[in-house]
Write a protein that binds this ligand. Structure first.
Ligand SMILES: NC(=O)c1ccc[n+]([C@@H]2O[C@H](COP(=O)([O-])OP(=O)(O)OC[C@H]3O[C@@H](n4cnc5c(N)ncnc54)[C@H](OP(=O)(O)O)[C@@H]3O)[C@@H](O)[C@H]2O)c1
Length: 285
């Protein structure tokens, strides 16, 4: 029986991981969120990991509110950098693996081809910079680690898809940014990729996003199409939208390390969003 400590387990990805393993007899998940295990508290992390002696720690905890991070720099660094550092220290002390999740926002977003794991980083805001610091701590303090950079995540929790569906209840047109492109990724697909790596010694830094590319405006249109909502998408620029944090314009990731070292292929983003929308419908029944 392999024991996993899931941190941030009530978040979107944490829920997907718990769902993936709920019927697996060879894996048991110790689910924690901030109330059970605050990853910013080194002593608490060390005591918890020493007590549980897990096979692996899967870090799904993060401060993911990108705009709020601009005003909450200290909190962002505590959760996104010190947190994974603490987990890395405890993982090493207990000979456990650490799987840590990072983001496309570690890149500057000015490339003209998909970013590979070997490309130079250049975060544009506090969120991306704090996540990059977290990655570096994991590399520095853990021995057996997987860092998986993902992007545009949606699952069981607050996300862009649900925001669009909420807006569709009261509006017949919405303005959505068209000059940022990336790959919307379902937590279900990401959890499958995590499972492919977690029980191996195939360590390192990986990109993990659904295949295919679109803008936020394209994504919104596909969501409305699948939901049968007649909502017009007005395509606007990032400047017009004026979010607090600067975001990468081109944040497409190439899952190059997964392709080099495994047979795993992510679903295309259109396939994954269709599956998610069907799942949402079942939840509403
Ligand atoms: N969402 C995206 O679009 C996206 C894109 C790229 C990468 N990622 C990365 O993917 C991972 C999973 O993201 P997600 O969307 O599943 O995030 P999420 O839904 O925001 O979940 C994060 C969880 O971490 C918890 N948390 C916050 N501070 C904590 C602490 N000090 N100790 C323990 N838990 C704490 C949160 O609790 P509270 O809710 O109570 O704060 C929440 O339950 C993160 O590493 C994120 O950076 C996400």
């Amino acid at each position: 029986m392999k024991k996993l400590i899931i941190t941030g387990g009530n978040g979107q990805l944490g829920r997907a991981i718990n769902e993936l393993y709920k019927n697996r007899e060879d894996v048991v998940c110790i689910n924690t969120d901030v109330d059970e295990l605050d990853i910013t508290d080194l002593a608490a992390v060390q005591a918890f990991v020493a007590k549980e002696k897990p096979y692996a720690i899967v870090n799904c905890a993060a401060h993911t509110a990108v705009d709020a991070c601009e005003d909450q720099e200290e909190l962002a660094y505590k959760i996104n950098a010190i947190g994974p550092r603490n987990l890395a220290i405890a993982a090493k002390q207990n000979d456990a693996k650490l799987m840590h999740i990072s983001t496309d926002y570690v890149f500057a977003g000015n490339a003209d081809k998909p970013y590979r794991e070997f490309d130079i980083t250049g975060p544009q805001g506090v969120y991306g910079a704090s996540k990059l610091a977290g990655e570096n701590f994991v590399r520095e303090f853990a021995d057996k680690y997987f860092i998986i950079r993902t992007a545009w995540l949606y699952g069981d929790g607050k996300n862009f898809v649900k925001t669009m569906l909420r807006l569709a209840e009261t509006r017949d047109e919405v303005s959505v940014v068209n000059d940022q492109v990336g790959s919307p990724t379902s937590t279900k697909e990401l959890a499958k990729a995590m499972d492919v790596l977690l029980f191996t010694d195939n360590y390192g830094t990986f990109h993990g996003t659904c295949e295919g590319v679109c803008s936020w405006a394209d994504f919104a249109e596909e969501i409305f199409r699948l939901a049968g909502k007649d909502v017009k998408v007005n395509r606007i620029t990032s400047e017009e939208f004026a979010a607090k944090a600067k975001r990468p314009a081109y944040s497409v990731l190439d899952n190059y390390m997964l392709k080099l070292t495994t047979d795993f292929m992510f679903a295309d983003w259109k396939v994954a969003i269709a599956e998610y929308m069907e799942w949402l419908l079942v939840q509403e029944d």
